[in-house]
Each structure stands twice: as C-alpha cells, then as structure tokens.
Write a protein that binds this ligand. Structure first.
Ligand code: F6R
Length: 250
C-alpha cells in the first residue's frame, strides 16, 4: 500500500488526474473503473483540462462505473449515468460505446449484474480502479455487513449512506433504497486501485480501515491487502492517520 497525503482537495484532484492520465498515456486502451460522488469530481475536471489543453486522448479508453441506483434511468438527473456524462464523458473524447454503466432500470436486475461482470471480463478486467469511501467505510455500494459480497449485485443502501447522498437529490425526491454495484471481489481483481478521500468526515473511516483487522463490517478494510493500492488523501482526511506511524506505508 502507498499512502500519499496532499494539502487540499485541489492538490488531491490534480494528483489523481495525473495518475490516471499516466495510465492512458502508457496504454491508450486502458480499462478504467470509475466512481462518482464528490471525491473524484475535481479529478474529472482536471482530466477534462488535460484533454483540452494537452490533447490527452481517450478515444480508445474503456470505462466501467462502480454503481447505479435502482429505479433511476440513465437520463434521470440524479443517476450516475447522468453524473458521468455531465462531469466527464462529454468533456473528453471517450467513445460512447466504450463507456459502461449498470442499468438501474434493467427489467431483470440479476441478469444485468451477470451481464456487467461478463463485460468486465471480456474487456480483460479493470486495469486502474478509482474509489471513494463512505463515512461508514463503504466502497462502491458495498455497505458494512457480516460478509463480503464478492460479485456485482443488488445492494441495500445503509441509512447513513442515504442520508449522506440526500444532498444530491432535490427536496422531496427520495434517495433510492437499493443500488446495483460491483462487488468487493470485482474491485479487488483490479490490477491497481486508487482511493481518494477528502475532508475530516472521512478521517475516522480511513483510519479504521487501515488499522483494524479486515472485517466486512468495514468494507474498505480489505483494500490494504491489495498488492497495488494507493491511498491518496488530503490533510483533513488524514487527521486520524497522521497520529500513527505510517512510515511502513510510504
Ligand atoms: C460512488 C461510490 C461511493 C462513493 C462514496 C463517497 O460511485 O462508489 O462509494 O465513492 O459514497 O462519496 P463522496 O465522494 O460523495 O463522499
């Protein structure tokens, strides 16, 4: 595990974008695993800039998103499909056929999950996976539980997650109770994983994930055994990590 602390969200976003851009330059048809939410937003902004200002070429890059809310169609303004179009896909030269998301309104959700796993497999697996972390330690929509969900599936959202994500929804609109999400096994099979976290509200989950034993009650705790895992955080998110001796991780 590599542990990188930067000053603030801006530096974090630039650093994450450069790491991802490096993969695109080295392997133009790289397979990226992508997250949504606030954490990677600045990274997407930086990548759009790198495309416009320096010609970073996404024409052969393939992407797979982590998750989608059940019941939201790709055109719904709170869907992750909409988020990705708005914040990344339309700002770079990704080919629409190369961008993949779970379909939140698929008539058979279980078949949809199997289809998605197959597509990832056919693409050769994920080369570089970007993750955020929930305040309760969730990754993608793998919520704290009594076992790790290995494969892509239909997951119940924790109440804490629904509350945290209510900020993205209009008043009166309710946050869905379930989501389609890749599983922990699918995430752990990625060749490289980057987790980005900013802000003091992530400090506790991060420190617990790094220092506690691997535990499905804290899904992110499994990441520390991934052979190519980078934790990139700003100073605020590192608050509870900074008190410990992390020299072994740097
Ligand atoms: C989103 C996802 C979630 C978020 C997490 C943190 O695709 O997989 O696990 O990464 O909920 O969200 P933010 O970044 O909004 O704090």
């Amino acid at each position: 595990m590599r542990f990188l602390v930067v000053d603030d969200y801006e530096s974090l976003s630039r650093r994450a974008a450069l790491m991802l851009a490096g993969h695109v330059v080295v392997n133009p048809s790289v397979v990226l695993g992508l997250a949504t939410g606030d954490s990677p937003l600045g990274m997407y902004r930086e990548l759009v800039k790198l495309h416009h200002d320096y010609g970073l070429d996404f024409s052969s890059v393939r992407t797979f998103n982590l998750d989608e809310y059940c019941g939201l169609s790709p055109s719904h303004p709170q869907s992750y499909a909409h988020y990705m179009r708005q914040n990344f896909f339309t700002g770079v030269n990704l080919h629409p056929d190369n961008t993949h998301l779970l379909d939140g309104v698929a008539p058979d959700q279980f078949a949809e999950c199997i289809r998605y796993e197959d597509e990832i497999k056919q693409a050769g697996g994920i080369d570089f996976q970007v993750l955020g972390i929930g305040r309760n330690g969730h990754i993608a929509f793998n919520e704290p539980g009594d076992h790790f969900q290995v494969r892509t599936g239909v997951f119940e959202l924790a109440e804490a997650t629904r509350e945290a994500n209510a900020r993205f929804f209009e008043r009166g609109d309710t946050v869905p109770t379930r989501a389609l999400s890749v599983g922990i096994g699918t995430i752990m099979k990625a060749r490289e994983i980057l987790l980005v976290a900013s802000g003091v509200e992530k400090a506790h989950a991060l420190a617990a994930s790094i220092f506690s034993p691997i535990d499905p009650a804290l899904p992110a705790s499994i990441l520390k055994i991934h052979p190519n895992f980078t934790l990139l955080v700003d100073r605020a998110a590192a608050r509870d990590l900074a008190e410990r001796d992390l020299s072994a991780y740097q």
